[in-house]
Design a protein around this ligand. Structure first.
Ligand code: PLP
Length: 456
């Protein structure tokens, strides 16, 4: 019985899978005038070659050789069979997980940071700005910019900046400049600080600052980079699912029953799941489950609407499940899962009935993470613990039904920089919290006159 399946470098997938080819986008991204966003306007934020990938309808897109050469530093990533966890649960199910924690910054995020830095440089960009929540994305982009040769500026959500000082140190080691957001460096940041000097910040605010900082450089040599949500980001992450398929094929595992990923903006989930969604669209029976916290219930409670990608309303207006762009999450939770929106492609797939989103409570997640640590040995990121919790639920369900199901989940990152959350859990200081439905309606009231996305 294989414990771990590895691929050689020459077996790495050489093309990314583009869901647009199989799930035609129905709703364009809008600009501030509520009309489809123009390339000129979007081009102030993003390099045009990456925008081109976002709207491409080609099913397969070549991965540049220069990008592969950097990805080889840790890819293909291992696929593990969770034999220890299976035994502890006494389940007849087979549980597999893709280990994205082996990248130097410790998560799946470099899978898109590297190509984004590469294409930006190819387009003549010299400096990237970005936001980061828990610090995973900021450190991934800092890493990629160091290897490709770009400057990098990171606006980090204040509460995480204070709680996870070593993420900032990692960014510094890779040569990036990281400041807490809201900062005094942008109008968006100054406005928020004037209204609330103790603002804990949010991803929405940090995005506003990073976009403003990019647009302010009129030479066009500074662009903004987003670590999740956009189609080209999800595209770059599909290398995860494509590798997993090859690895499972190698050990003769033909049929997948359940595919699981935690979802903040949707990128690691999509990276593993979209190649399987392709099979599902073509008739395969697979349960595909994105998992979120009850404290940020974007997919399970919030409607599918057009909403701003950020708080200060400088980002494009996207068709997505949204808690409202003014959403400020409770500061205690898994940082990477606190975004108010969800990737438009994931949102559209939910609206089309192709996915089965689930919410999990914080304490169940930490309990699952501890079980995983004591059976598989890996201390997962608090974000990842959401996927672990649902994998355990599914394995227990298989036990009740007496079915030998095959379950695959994405182990999106390790938690060695997030031990504060574990510490609070052990001290009994973490609590479950369900975001009130009224708050969602209140926040969405501001955008009630926006057009409605078509759902099917
Ligand atoms: C950022 C992050 C997430 C959430 O982001 P997605 O775009 O939804 O993948 C999940 N897990 C880890 C380890 C992360 O760093």
């Amino acid at each position: 019985m294989p414990i771990k399946v590895v691929l050689n470098e020459d077996e790495i997938p050489r093309q990314w899978y583009n869901l647009n080819a199989d799930l035609t986008p129905k709703n364009p991204i809008l600009g501030p005038d509520l009309k489809p966003a123009t390339p000129e306007w979007l081009g102030k934020m993003f390099p045009m070659n990456l925008l081109g990938q976002s709207i491409s309808m080609d099913r397969w897109i070549d991965i540049p050789e220069e990008v592969l050469e950097i990805l080889y530093k840790w890819r293909p990533s291992p696929l593990h069979r969770a034999t220890g966890l299976e035994k502890a649960l006494g389940t007849p199910a087979k549980i597999y997980y893709k280990n994205e924690s082996v990248s130097p910054p410790g998560s799946h995020k470099p899978n898109t940071a590297v190509p984004q830095a590469f294409y930006s440089k190819q387009f003549g960009v010299e400096r990237l700005t970005t936001e980061t929540g828990a610090g995973q994305w900021g450190s991934a982009l800092a890493f990629a910019c160091a290897l490709i040769g770009l400057e990098c500026k990171v606006f980090m959500v204040r509460v995480s900046f204070d709680q996870k000082p070593f993420r900032k140190t990692m960014m510094q080691a890779w040569g990036a400049d990281c400041v807490p957001s809201p900062s005094g460096e942008t109008q968006a940041g100054r406005d928020i600080l004037a209204a609330n000097p103790d603002s804990p910040g949010s991803l929405g605010i940090a995005i506003s600052e990073a976009i403003e900082a990019a647009i302010a450089d009129e030479s066009g040599k500074t662009k903004y980079s987003l670590g999740s949500v956009l189609p080209h980001v999800l595209l770059h992450q599909t290398i995860i699912g494509l590798e997993a398929k090859k690895q499972l094929e190698k050990i003769g595992e033909k049929k997948m029953d359940v595919v699981i990923g935690c979802a903040g903006g949707g990128s690691n989930f999509a990276g593993l799941a979209f190649p399987y969604l392709h099979d599902k669209i073509n008739g395969a029976q697979i349960d595909i489950i994105p998992v979120e916290p009850f404290s940020c219930p974007t997919m399970t409670k919030a409607p599918y609407v057009y909403d701003y990608g950020d708080t200060a309303q400088v980002a494009p207006i996207a068709p997505m499940h949204s808690l409202g762009h003014t959403f400020v999450p409770p500061p205690i939770h898994a940082g990477g899962l606190r975004y108010h929106g969800m990737a438009p492609q994931v949102s559209q797939a939910i609206a089309a009935g192709l996915l089965a989103p689930q919410a999990v409570h914080q304490l169940e997640c930490f309990q699952a993470a501890i079980t995983f640590a004591r059976t598989e040995g890996i201390i997962v990121a608090p974000e990842t613990s959401h996927a672990v919790a649902v994998a355990i639920q599914e394995a227990n369900k298989a036990k009740e039904e007496g079915k030998e199901k095959v379950i695959l989940f994405n182990m999106s990152g390790h938690g060695l920089m997030d031990l504060r959350g574990y510490d609070l859990y052990f001290k009994g200081k973490l609590h479950d919290y369900e975001y009130p439905e009224e708050e969602i309606h209140k926040a969405l009231d501001q955008i009630k006159d926006f057009p409605k996305p078509q759902s099917a």
